[in-house]
Design a protein around this ligand. Sequence first.
Ligand code: PGA
Length: 256
Amino acid sequence: MRRLIIAGNWKMNKTVSEARELATALKLELKDITDLDMVICPPFTDLDSVSQIIGDTNIALGAQNMYWKLEGAFTGEISPMMLRDLGVRFVIVGHSERRQYFGETNQIVNKRLKAALKYGFNPIFCIGENLKEREENKTFEILTDHLENGLKDLNELDLPRIIIAYEPVWAIGTGRTATPEMAEEAHHFIRKKLTEIFSKDLADGMRIQYGGSVKPQNAKELLMQPDIDGALVGGASLEARDFIKIIKIGREILNK
Ligand code: PGA
């Protein structure tokens, strides 16, 4: 059985005081939940404060990016040790906004992924096609490229720690969601590809989240799909009420 995992990606939102407020609201409602994994990924500047608030709860802390070197002359970057020190356990790697606006290639993503695994994190590895690629029927080709090159030369023993997030770029922050059928088709393909690259056992154990305009109104149908093991939530994770609702929807599905 794959354990459901719901993560909030706050992106470049929330000052420290706003982050404290949101984390406190989430803690109040979610602190005792143990039947699924919950992660929140605030910006770097909020990690310390949020860590202090959620430290003794079942809500795990994630970062939105990470450099692959431990220290040195890398102006503007954040190292694995710095994140570990703050209680960060998850790291988003290869988000489409990093690929699109900051020139991240599969090679860079692969370096970050390896470093995240080496230093004991659970990477949330994002993949997905943009609108043009979808319209040109290249979705599977892009997913194959992201998977084969992003996961290159990894130690198979580390694979169960990776969470894959399928995020069709055209559905991120646009209000357009993939239909549950479209999402399931992509997730099924990803699992098939993982079976080819690694093995059926490993692929069956790996968790694949869906991301792209997930909100309380569409979470149930998406999370009910057999190959969808959670959600990576952007916009709706900025409102305590919405994120809590999505977690509760996840729990209802578990209890069916
Ligand atoms: P969205 O973002 O939910 O706002 O579409 C998802 C993501 O980019 O992780």
